[in-house]
Design a protein around this ligand. Structure first.
Ligand code: PGA
Length: 237
């Protein structure tokens, strides 16, 4: 069975107590997930919760992966406020990069994101590369060989900003457009690559996206904050 990826993007949410309650609740219901071995579940909390979640996961032998929601485009050094890949790589295996909220609120540009892709790959961390549109992918491909050459080590996400719930109401992209864009990502790379869909995925609409031929899972924001709703989404995958 083809592997599926379900990523929780907690964004700037959850205290330590809330994170522990979430993971305990998830742990207690994990046996409800069928074909567990064919599903990789990746939790991306705020930086402040990573160490504690790592300890919980290791102590309980959970098969959950951990990721960050961003990474520094620099290595270790005099970069106040930054978290470099080489320092965090013992705790995480994945990192979301290029999210449209980082572009919108923190002025990230294609060139920054390209640097982050390379730094993650150099540190053996899997980039979960968000693409708002195909122009961004064109930029990465035309400026550097890395994205094509290392495409098997990257999880691509088609996530149009207009579909993101922003914590409010759900207004997902049409499945037809998602399928077209996902197949376009593989076409531009030159082979079938792992591609997720993100934007207002919830327990009611998850199956519609997970059934698409070119979609290998989802990046879930708002609906991942509640462990039981996240579990319902996983069950649909
Ligand atoms: P959403 O967020 O599921 O709340 O739309 C997805 C994301 O921004 O990653």
């Amino acid at each position: 069975m083809k592997k599926k990826f379900i990523v929780a993007n907690w964004k700037a949410n959850k205290t330590e107590e809330e994170a522990v309650a979430w993971i305990e609740s998830f742990y207690n219901s994990e046996d409800q997930i069928e074909d567990r071995d064919s599903k990789e579940i990746i939790i991306c909390p705020p930086f402040s919760l990573l160490l504690q979640l790592r300890k919980y996961i290791d102590a309980n032998g959970l098969s959950l992966s951990l990721g960050t929601q961003d990474i520094s485009k620099f290595g270790a050094g005099a970069y106040t406020g930054e978290i470099p890949a080489e320092i965090i790589k013992k705790i995480i295996s994945h990192s979301i990069i290029g999210h449209s909220e980082r572009r919108k609120y923190f002025s990230e540009e294609n060139q920054d994101i390209l640097a982050k892709i390379k730094i993650l790959l150099d540190n053996e961390i899997t980039p979960i590369l968000c693409l708002s549109d195909m122009n961004q992918l064109d930029f990465y491909i035309s400026h550097d060989k890395t994205v094509v050459d290392r495409s098997s080590d990257i999880i691509f996400v088609y996530e149009p900003p207009s579909a993101i719930s922003g914590g409010g109401s759900f207004h997902a992209e049409s499945p037809q457009s998602v399928e077209e864009n996902a197949s376009e990502i593989s076409r531009k790379i030159g082979k079938k690559v792992t591609t997720l869909y993100g934007g207002s995925v919830n327990p009611d609409n998850a199956s519609t996206f997970f059934e698409l031929a070119n979609i290998d899972g989802g990046l879930i924001g708002q609906a991942s904050l509640d462990a039981s709703s996240f579990l319902e989404i996983i069950k649909k995958c």
